[in-house]
Design a protein around this ligand. Structure first.
Ligand code: DOR
Length: 450
């Protein structure tokens, strides 16, 4: 007997003969004790409950591999409880959280402290990045093997916080003798410092942001870190790639490097976005002009891009209203990630199989997540069930983030997450959180030796 059967949905599954290929098939899914027990025609099977998924698509639970939840230390902007509530309402079932909190996540104690908070408060599955710096460079390969650590995060240029590493010797120590993934914020610190005056040119406005942090700042940094990764043959995951030049360069380095883009960079373009939203869309690396956006889309559809991460980076409205350049960089996004991408799908910019690769298969494979990211017998019963035809408006009352704003407020989209399921339990249905007490678990990785 099953605990739950998902009936009649169009499921995104592995091709039976070729597991690298994803197929869409109308089929039932039987769940027992939080795991997928059977996939097939289950209308006659006995089950405690069933969920009719007719006219809906059943996706593996989606993974947002870049969020900043600000806890501990900056809870006035966001915390793990609200950040993960935001994630599940947006159809996300697992998150990787970033180390630029206060204190920054640079030690075993800081990492374990975050895990303890998440075990009491996280509404979805979670893992945390360990920050890399001069002080911990030689201990990374030991601390990165703590349970529920997704890898190391290295800032090459300063963004929110003060974690940039620019010193060649430290970078060498960080990349040497590593076992796990290093995720990179790639902007060249020296160039950012030398061009800072350009952010202060008159008129003072967010339009200056991509002028200051120009494409060259990103490219120089990306070339430098890929060169170093080659030296030590260590894998990199370069976050929020924003330029056509980096995409062109990275084409030849896919054996070592995976690539993330964000929905913001795929959806907004300069100068129009700064005319409309000013500092609310100021982020690092910046949103650039349409020629870059086109190159990012080409990289998505050609398979060059591996993952989409939201870079959920909340700041309060008061902070974002400060005159540029005092306004901080970053915007919330984990809740709007899927609606925006489904809307792009409806506009024929990508298909559902590609989206499922970018948000489930690829992050799971690249980071070596155990038992999730696919609809497969024996895997965790995490699902994101979507209505590709639902028309909705993104409204502030729907947003669960503590900062409760989005540049996409008021946007109408086609395509919406209808049900979010974790461990076989529907926890969000038609925007309603069904169980505020539900807790996710730490994500397990197959490359951590226990
Ligand atoms: O714009 C950004 N804000 N980019 C980052 O990489 C960090 C983030 C933040 O933490 O606010």
């Amino acid at each position: 007997m099953f605990d739950l059967v998902l009936k009649n949905g169009v499921c995104l599954l592995n091709h039976p003969q070729n597991p690298k290929e994803i197929i869409e098939e109308q089929i039932d899914i039987g769940i027992k004790d939080g795991y997928i027990k059977e996939i097939g025609s289950l209308s006659k099977s006995s089950t405690a409950e069933s969920l009719d998924c007719s006219n809906l698509h059943v996706l593996p639970g989606l993974i947002d591999s870049q969020v900043h939840f600000r806890e501990p230390g900056l809870e006035y902007k966001e915390d793990i409880q609200h950040g993960t509530l935001s994630a599940i309402k947006g159809g996300i079932t697992a998150v990787f959280e970033m180390p630029n909190t206060n204190p920054a996540t640079m030690t075993r104690e800081a990492l374990d402290h975050k895990i303890q908070i998440a075990q009491k408060k996280s509404h979805c599955d979670f893992a945390f990045y360990l920050g890399a710096g001069k002080g911990n460079a030689s201990q990374l390969n030991e601390i990165e093997n703590r349970p529920f650590c997704c890898g190391v995060k290295l800032f090459l240029g300063n963004s929110t916080g003060n974690l940039a590493v620019d010193n060649e010797e430290t970078l060498n120590i960080i990349l040497k003798n590593r076992n796990r993934m290093t995720a990179i914020h790639s902007e060249d610190e020296q160039r950012l410092v030398s061009r800072k005056h350009l952010s202060e040119q008159k008129p003072l406005r967010a339009h200056n942001h991509p002028v200051w942090r120009d494409p060259e700042s990103a490219l120089i940094s990306t070339k430098r870190i890929v060169g170093l990764a080659r030296k030590y043959n260590t894998p990199l995951h370069i976050l929020h790639i924003s330029t056509k030049e980096e995409m062109e360069f990275l084409k030849d380095h896919k054996d070592l490097v995976s690539i993330e883009v964000t929905p913001q960079h795929l959806t907004l373009a300069a100068p129009d976005c700064y005319d409309r939203y000013a500092s609310y869309v100021q982020m690092n690396p910046p949103i650039r002009d349409e020629s870059h956006q086109k190159a990012l889309w080409k990289a998505v559809t050609s398979g060059l891009v591996d993952t989409i991460g939201s870079d959920h980076a909340p700041h309060t409205k008061e902070e974002k209203e400060k005159p540029y350049p005092q306004s901080p960089a970053g915007m919330p996004g984990t809740q709007t990630l899927l609606p925006l991408m489904l809307n792009h799908l409806n506009q024929k910019r990508l298909d559902l199989k590609t989206l499922v690769k970018l948000l489930a298969y690829n992050p799971a494979k690249r980071f070596k997540i155990k038992n999730q990211g696919q609809i497969k017998v024996g895997y965790k019963a995490h699902f994101t069930i979507v209505d590709l035809k639902a028309k909705r408006k993104i409204e502030s009352k729907w947003l669960a983030s503590k900062c409760a704003w989005s540049p996409f407020e008021g946007w109408s989209v086609v395509g919406w997450p209808m049900v979010t399921i974790l461990y076989g339990q529907p926890i969000v249905r038609e925007d309603e959180v069904l169980s505020k007490d539900f807790l996710g678990q730490g994500i397990e990785f197959t490359d951590i030796s226990t």
